[in-house]
Ligand binder design. Structure first.
Ligand SMILES: Cc1cc2nc3c(=O)[nH]c(=O)nc-3n(C[C@H](O)[C@H](O)[C@H](O)COP(=O)(O)OP(=O)(O)OC[C@H]3O[C@@H](n4cnc5c(N)ncnc54)[C@H](O)[C@@H]3O)c2cc1C
Ligand code: SF4
Ligand code: SF4
Ligand code: SF4
Length: 386
């Protein structure tokens, strides 16, 4: 006997209430149920089809990403959107055929299903590198080139960049850079926390009012909070225009930890010319050779704060920069705010930077990395190892 898809009661084959939709005949017990179906259920079926056309996502993915890691809130949205799912023994369970329409995954409050949810709002994305011949950056040298352009054009009074300590090699030292030479001191990445906010406050106290600020997501968040919170310094009495230039970031390591690791591998920090994290590996270039280690080998030295961080792409910055996505020696640039977009494109137009639009497959790599970071907190294994 047919089942009324709305009230789930059995109905007679010859019921006068029926609708044909998408090549299938639906029977109802009453006019109300038929009306509800015509108004609502048809839309749901249409939605299921349009999601299914884009990507095959089955219940298995919901189980893997959300249910198994134990982050399901038992809200019931998945069960409410699919007859094949029931909540039983405090878990969503599949009791019938799954057509991989993806609807349950797209209703769940714990999944991340949009690009904006992964990397924040962006106006445009670029693959770029410096056009200044003598400049050698961490990736494409774009951060430094943009700072050089902004300083030389008088758009900023100074920039907050992080340099290496002279006394303790590879220890980060944030500075207020007022000249091109100061800015050049900051090229390259140092994989330890830098107290950039101290330098920013110092610049404002020195009377600087247009400042470019460079730092990873957590540093950018600190500036944003100081600007927006009702008790924030930058909101209350230290007014300044700040161009927030965020760096992509997956990890940092304790300075003493990096030192211990490097020495355990028969190297000296003093001899290291550059460090790079790429594709799950930590690269150390000494004067004589390139040494590469799996990132996992440095897990014990990872800053504890980074284990709880979910923002890979510096989502609240004006512009974000990273190495992932683009080929080696190029920088990925995400232009977010109007100001960030304008200054980046002006630097390109004035010959400081070469740039092209980011390709879709390059963007996919960025989204994958951002997703890894967003869901790292969900991983039980990682939590247990903290
Ligand atoms: C701790 C850290 C982790 C990172 N992790 C990733 C990652 O996982 N994936 C990815 O794609 N990209 C990551 N990046 C970004 C990447 O390494 C480059 O900084 C970015 O691609 C810009 O390259 P560039 O050649 O244009 O920069 P450059 O022109 O070389 O300029 C680099 C800028 O970074 C600043 N800087 C360096 N170290 C620090 C620091 N510790 N704190 C604050 N500012 C600093 C300098 O002041 C300088 O202005 C990370 C950067 C840092 C600092
Ligand atoms: S909504 Fe139902 S059919 Fe669609 S993917 Fe989820 S379990 Fe499968
Ligand atoms: S929609 Fe997500 S959070 Fe809600 S019950 Fe289903 S799996 Fe759990
Ligand atoms: S992983 Fe997060 S907390 Fe750690 S340095 Fe990067 S942005 Fe900051």
């Amino acid at each position: 006997m047919p089942i009324d898809p709305i009230c789930k009661n059995k109905v007679q084959e010859d019921t006068p209430y029926y609708t044909e939709y998408g090549g299938k005949l639906y029977r109802f017990c009453s006019y109300e149920c038929k009306n509800k179906f015509d108004l609502l259920e048809k839309r749901v079926i249409r939605l299921k089809r349009s999601i299914a056309e884009q990507e095959k996502i089955s219940f298995g993915k919901l189980r893997k990403d959300i249910i198994k890691p134990g982050i399901c809130t038992l809200c019931g949205a998945c069960a409410a959107s699919c007859e094949s799912i029931v909540i039983k023994d405090e878990q969503p369970r599949l009791i019938d055929k799954c057509t991989a329409c993806g609807v349950c995954y797209n209703q769940c409050p714990r999944t991340i299903t949009t690009e904006e949810g992964l990397v924040g709002r962006i106006r445009n994305a670029y693959c770029a590198r410096t056009a200044i011949p003598e400049l050698k950056g961490q990736d494409g040298g774009v951060v430094t080139s943009m700072l050089a352009y902004a300083l030389e054009e008088g758009l900023i009074d100074c920039a907050i960049v992080t340099t290496r300590s002279e006394e303790e090699p590879w220890k980060p030292v944030p500075i207020v850079a007022k000249t091109y030479d100061d800015i050049l001191e900051g090229t390259g990445s140092i994989y330890s926390h830098s107290m950039t906010l101290e330098a920013l406050m110092s610049a404002i106290k020195q009377g600087m009012r247009s400042i470019a600020f460079v730092g990873p997501s957590c540093n950018i968040d600190a500036v944003t909070k100081m600007q927006k919170s009702p008790y924030g310094f930058l909101h209350l009495f230290m007014r300044a225009n700040i161009l927030k230039m965020g760096l992509f970031c997956m990890d940092t390591f304790y300075y003493e930890g990096i030192k211990e690791f490097v020495e355990s591998k028969d190297m000296k920090l003093d001899d290291i010319e550059w460090m790079k994290i790429r594709k799950g590996r930590f690269e150390f270039q000494t004067r004589d050779e390139l040494k590469v280690f799996p990132l996992g080998e440095l897990d014990q030295y990872r800053s504890s704060s980074c284990k709880y961080c979910t923002d890979m792409a510096s989502e609240s910055a004006d512009l974000s920069f990273g190495g992932v996505g683009t080929p080696r020696d190029w920088t990925t640039v995400l232009a977010r705010s109007g100001m960030g977009y304008e200054i980046f494109n002006e630097a390109v137009d004035n010959g400081y930077i070469d740039s092209r639009l980011l390709e879709e497959k390059e963007m996919k790599n960025i989204l994958n990395l951002a997703k890894m970071k967003k869901i790292q907190m969900y991983s039980l294994n990682r939590r247990q190892n903290v």
